[in-house]
Design a protein around this ligand. Structure first.
Ligand code: SF4
Length: 252
């Protein structure tokens, strides 16, 4: 859907120069999603015409791998510390992710895969080509599957995330991100970090207070965040509170 140059706006590599390659399509519906335009494949892909310019040229979809690599070259991909393969949900297209990761990694940047953390078979296909798996741990209080009836609550995602995390650990680095909203329930948060600790208590876990967007009108107060982090730290060695930052500087 998009190729553009910016800085990483969230997670442990926040602030690092990053070239984003955004793939279309998603099978979840997060209440706080900041990119609902990615839920369905778009008729056109947008390629930024200069680093940070915010201006784009369009190409009809589907675009060829060579066109994406050329768009990345035009944005001086080698000058970035990371390429973020993001979405939508990139693992709905594992063949494309593997090809993009190999083609862009060869140009120098590390490959960071941003994923909802559920498509375990697809991850197994691509994990050898990825340097950092940045996976969400979705909470059923705020997330439903696109196939769920409107208004229904999704079944918990914990077991699927645990299976995904076990495969993600084959990558050099894995980070788990939990978006915390006013609706997030203590029991599901505690279950999430208990499951992470079962795999490895040293895995970095980021508590990301939701950025108000869509139906989410408010974020989470610092008192609640600090209390949650303290509880998470009783079982995990690397817990961090990191809000999204790119919105503060007006970056894409
Ligand atoms: S998984 Fe990502 S793209 Fe899909 S709805 Fe959730 S936040 Fe949006």
């Amino acid at each position: 859907m998009e190729v553009f140059s910016s800085v990483q706006g969230e997670g442990p590599y926040v602030g690092t120069s990053t070239l984003f390659v955004r793939l279309g399509g998603c099978d979840l519906r997060c209440a706080w999603c900041d990119s609902p335009h990615t839920w369905r494949p778009a008729p056109h892909a947008r390629f930024e015409t200069g680093r940070g310019s915010g201006t784009f040229r369009e190409r009809p979809n589907p675009v060829a791998l060579e066109d994406v690599l050329a768009a990345a070259e035009a944005l001086d991909v080698a000058a970035h510390r990371f390429v973020s393969l993001t979405g939508g949900e990139p693992l709905l297209q594992p063949t494309a992710v593997a090809a993009l990761a190999q083609g862009l990694r060869a140009r120098g940047p590390r490959i960071l895969l941003e994923t909802h953390g559920l498509a375990v078979d697809a991850l197994a296909e691509v994990v050898a080509h990825v340097d950092v798996v940045s996976m969400d741990w979705k909470l059923a209080s705020d997330v439903r599957r696109a196939s769920d009836p409107a208004g229904s609550r999704a079944a918990p995602f914990h077991a699927a995330h645990a299976r995904f995390l076990a495969v993600a650990r084959r990558a050099p680095e894995v980070v788990v991100k939990l978006v915390v909203t006013p609706a997030s329930e203590d029991a599901e948060l505690e279950e999430a970090w208990r499951r992470v600790a079962e795999v490895d208590p040293g895995i970095p876990v980021v508590l990301q207070p939701v950025t108000p967007c869509g139906d989410v009108k408010a974020s989470v107060g610092v008192e609640r965040l600090l209390a949650l982090a303290a509880r998470a730290e009783s079982g995990l060695r690397d817990v961090r509170i990191i809000p999204q930052t790119h919105v503060q500087i007006g970056a894409l």
